[in-house]
Design a protein around this ligand. Structure first.
Ligand SMILES: Nc1ncnc2c1ncn2[C@@H]1O[C@H](COP(=O)(O)OP(=O)(O)OP(=O)(O)O)[C@@H](O)[C@H]1O
Ligand SMILES: [Mg+2]
Length: 250
């Protein structure tokens, strides 16, 4: 479903990502781990087209997305969350979830201006999608609250909800458990499984919490200093000497 082929990018002299290749199959939960500065977020920024690759290519569903504009990545079915949540602080949960709507509109501007039936129909469908996501992630009690007043753990879930409201087939989660307490992290593991199994969405996740990674992942990619040092099942990764070295040194 998603493949990177020898992807590289550098910033000044820093090789943030160097000749990285990986393949994510439809239906997988695929985790990317590695020490701070390994290039994990940069990889997400390349896939979601915030950054241009210096070299290499990226395909989604077998089609190249290496050079498509960012909005097209979303239209094709890839949604993401950010390491530091990027929500509209002064708006309600519901408003934040409704914001992604325009991405999937199939109507022309003139139709929207005239507010034709087709437009209204799409609005209703989207409203229903948003309500379904609110139900799925158990956010009913927060729907009319202002983001700025919510605890961090809830905001993280709202960010995931917002990505789901785009109706993606692939979701990129950048450190979904960061800032969550152990109980919230446990809940998160169940949400991730629901998203993967019930909504049939492929999940690629950058994560530091190895319990969570081991619990939900089909495969794990290990990055260090911008290069791939291992890929395998959680079990295969755990005892891998190169992985231990990357985290602990010699
Ligand atoms: N826009 C940028 N400009 C300059 N350097 C950047 C930029 N984005 C990333 N880098 C550098 O690329 C390297 C990889 O950063 P990245 O954020 O991808 O790491 P990470 O694996 O996500 O780390 P963390 O676990 O701390 O989030 C770092 O050295 C970082 O400073
Ligand atoms: Mg990061």
């Amino acid at each position: 479903m998603l493949a990177a082929d020898n992807v590289s990018i550098s910033f000044g002299g820093v090789h943030a990502v160097r000749d990285v290749s990986f393949e994510v199959a439809a239906g997988q939960v695929y985790s990317i781990i590695g020490p701070n500065g390994a290039g994990k977020t940069t990889l997400f920024n390349l896939v979601s087209r915030l950054y241009d690759v210096d070299a290499g290519s990226i395909t989604f569903d077998g089609e190249p997305i290496t050079r498509v504009p960012p909005h097209q990545v979303a239209e094709r079915g890839i949604a993401r969350t950010f390491q530091n949540t990027e929500l509209f602080e002064h708006e309600t949960v519901l408003k934040n979830l409704l914001i992604g709507h325009h991405v999937h509109r199939q109507t022309a501007l003139w139709e929207e201006l005239l507010f034709l039936p087709k437009v209204r129909e799409q609005d209703l469908v989207f409203r229903q999608q948003v309500e379904d996501v609110i139900d799925l992630l158990d956010l009913q009690s927060y729907r009319d609250q202002i983001i700025g007043n919510l605890p961090y753990g809830v905001r993280k879930m709202v960010e995931i909800a917002r990505a789901l409201c785009l109706g993606p087939r692939l979701i990129l989660l950048d450190e979904p458990s960061s800032g969550l307490n152990p109980e919230e992290t446990e809940d998160l593991s169940f949400w991730i499984e629901d998203i993967n199994e019930e909504l049939d969405i492929t999940v690629v996740m950058v994560e530091h919490d190895m319990n969570l990674v081991n619990q939900v992942s089909d495969r794990v990619l290990v990055l260090a200093d911008g290069v791939v040092i291992a890929v395998g099942t959680p079990n295969e990764i755990q005892g891998h000497p190169d992985v231990l070295r990357a985290y602990l040194g010699d």
